[in-house]
Design a protein. Sequence first.
Length: 301
Amino acid sequence: GNQTSVITFVIMGFSHQKDTKVIFFILFLCIYIITVPGNLIILLAINMDPALHTPMYFFLGNLSFLEVCYTSVTLPKMLVNLLSGNTSISFAGCAAQLYFFLFFGASECCLLAAMAYDRYQAVCNPLHYMGIMNKKVCVQLAASSWVCGNLVALGHTTFIFSLPFCGSNTINHFFCEIQPVLMLVCGDTYWSEILIILTAACVVLMPFLLILVSYGLIISSILKIKSAKGRYKAFSTCFSHITVVTLFCGTAVFTYLRPKSSYSLDVDKVLSLFYSVVTPILNPVIYSLRNREVKGALFKM
């Protein structure tokens, strides 16, 4: 009877480190103004250069666009909070932020799996590659990634924000992440946590396992290539993708699939920073510096 419904949340963020607020603001602002133009430039270069109108670069363009959206869900609000000191967010605003964060994050997991399948076909079935990975198949794989991300985000957000919130309204995080929000729910959240683990197993772990299987077959095929130059060329086409998968999926798997007994908000903040802020800024660097075709397109542009 003494419970009051929560209509506004307060995002704690890095407010307890007041002496370093300016440093954090400058750091995250620099990251944002590098991440967004960096990914957009790669997307523009791919669209403008006919030589890059291939399945691999089609998926890379989708990934770059996803990274722009993914970063924009959390960083602008974080910058406003650091600059103004007003860290409140409405109930609807928090739900929207969680939805879009899950939407773009789940879509990226599925897209990375589609990119691994593309690399598998390119290395293991080079003669039939263009026939298998035709435009229709590429569009279907990319669209399926976006649809899957939307379904996951819609289901999670609807379920979590239909639960009763009362008492404390302080989210001990720098955005509306699942676990910190669940901690504010009234009553037992056991089944909610089980649902999160099961969904994470499907959305994060399954694509990750598919990627591992794809690269297991790819490595097996590469080792059968007799010339060292051929092996190097085959492996170099996959290296950038392997790096991104390791950075993104590795931290996401550890975040959502570890038991509650080992859950730490401070550790979660660091991990969330890694896959929501650090990985998107590294993608343009990883793909442009190690890819001759992308570098050529950028120089032309």
